[in-house]
Design a protein around this ligand. Structure first.
Ligand SMILES: *Cc1c(COP(=O)(O)O)cnc(C)c1O
Length: 410
């Protein structure tokens, strides 16, 4: 079934699967832009924005030598000017935020609402700061320090939620009943997935063909789904090879619900995967990987992506991730987001245990890094909360303030 795009993120007929964007261009033609809009042909937007943030792929020597891999390619998503990597909020969440914000401007109406534990909120706040699009953010109190931008974010209404990420989502969802607020949509939003999918695109164009492996740390799994969907498009393009890359996706112990379900050969996540979730989540170093409602078992979701690509999932300990992050900084020369260190640990372990073939092309998605450098090159502006709300009840004051704020944009 085909539906027109009015910032549509779910099937109007009520089918449960993920809806996908269909593009007029069967073959990808990169445009002469530095950032992500280089790949506008396969993003669900009409126009482009003049930005420099985008994925950057290079062939590794240092980490490749350590891993004993002949064909290791790194897609770096963060801030590393020497490599041309100019994502100022330092994670691949900006690859989602740019096309998502532009798509709402073009295809929908209303003000974007995003709930986030940190990286996503910072990415969307940066887009708002650079373009002036209004944004309502709900973030757990513990994540507020992570919401900074490289220009003052004057159009952001930030709500601090007393509780964890799930509580912030609950508050954000409830606020979206206010007329004029539009939920960004998460994994269901094709702009988010195809924005992340530009990693596969950039990696394939850099190595000249679809890689044999795609390595990433996942929390929701959206990046894995996106990589699979984009690889399918590249296969249909016809010039990049016929075999889909195998997904090697990692989670951080001791909270690894999708890795557990996949390794048990289960179709669904079970309550047992979430036993003691709060305390296990507290023990995870890369806490951006601790999503409690990942799109694992819905049609077109992560399980389907793993089945279609003969994929694997890998649980990684904090100690392994710390060691891998240190090694990366030493041999490649940049600090990593903890989640990227988790993926690097998986890569090293899989190289050692013979998972990869000798000449396989391996694409490692470094989903975040460069925090040390961005602090030197920019003044970082903290976004201050407009209000703090308790988890659960007691939103009346926030709603009053927000309604007043929204009048300026009506
Ligand atoms: C969100 C995030 C991930 C996980 O991404 P998903 O594909 O949505 O699971 C990995 N690394 C970093 C740095 C992130 O911010």
């Amino acid at each position: 079934m085909e539906v027109p795009d009015h910032y549509t993120n779910s099937c109007p007929a009520g089918c449960p699967g993920l809806i996908r964007a269909e593009y007029a261009a069967r073959r990808i033609t990169p445009r002469p832009f530095p950032g992500i809009f280089r790949y506008a042909d396969w993003l669900p937007v009409e126009g482009t924005l003049p930005i420099q943030a985008g994925p950057v792929t290079y062939r590794s020597t240092g980490l490749a030598r350590e891993a004993g891999l002949a064909n290791l390619w790194i897609c770096f998503n963060g801030y590393w000017p020497e490599k041309g990597a100019l994502i100022r909020t330092c994670s691949f969440k900006e690859l989602e935020a740019w096309p998502t914000m532009l798509r709402l401007q073009e295809k929908g109406e209303g003000i974007m609402q995003v709930s986030s534990a940190g990286n996503t909120g910072r990415a969307f706040a940066e887009v708002s700061a650079q373009c002036g699009y209004p944004l309502v953010l709900a973030v757990p109190v513990r994540g507020i320090d992570r919401i900074w931008t490289t220009r003052p974010a004057e159009q952001v209404f930030l709500i601090a939620v007393e509780g964890d990420y799930t509580d912030a989502i609950t508050v954000g969802d409830a606020l979206c009943s206010l007329p004029g607020l539009v939920p960004e949509g998460g994994a269901k939003n094709p702009a988010r997935r195809d924005g992340m999918g530009t990693v596969m695109l950039d990696g394939t164009l850099a190595c000249g063909r679809l890689p044999d492996w795609y390595v990433q740390a996942v929390g929701s799994g959206t990046g894995g789904i996106a990589a699979w969907e984009m690889a399918e498009r590249l296969r249909r393009d016809g010039r990049w090879g016929a075999a889909l890359p195998r997904l090697l996706l990692s989670q951080n112990l001791p909270f690894t619900p999708m890795a557990d379900a996949w390794q048990d050969g289960r179709r669904t996540l079970l309550p047992g995967d979430f036993v003691d979730a709060t305390s296990r989540i507290a023990d995870v170093w890369a806490d951006v990987l601790t999503n409690r409602h990942p799109p694992y078992d819905l049609p077109g979701g992560l399980r389907d992506a793993l089945l279609a690509t003969n994929g694997m999932m890998d649980p990684v300990s904090n100690a392994e991730a710390h060691a891998a992050g240190r090694l990366f900084a030493e041999v490649e020369g940049c600090d990593l987001d903890p989640a990227a260190a988790v993926a690097t640990a998986s890569l090293l372990r899989s190289a050692e245990n013979g998972t990869f073939g000798k000449n396989d092309i391996v694409l490692l998605n470094i989903t975040g890094g460069g925090y040390e450098r961005v602090k030197k090159d920019f003044t970082l502006h903290r976004v201050r909360p407009a209000c703090t709300v308790p988890a659960g009840a007691g939103r009346a004051e926030a709603e009053r303030l927000l309604t007043g704020w929204m009048k300026d944009y009506a």
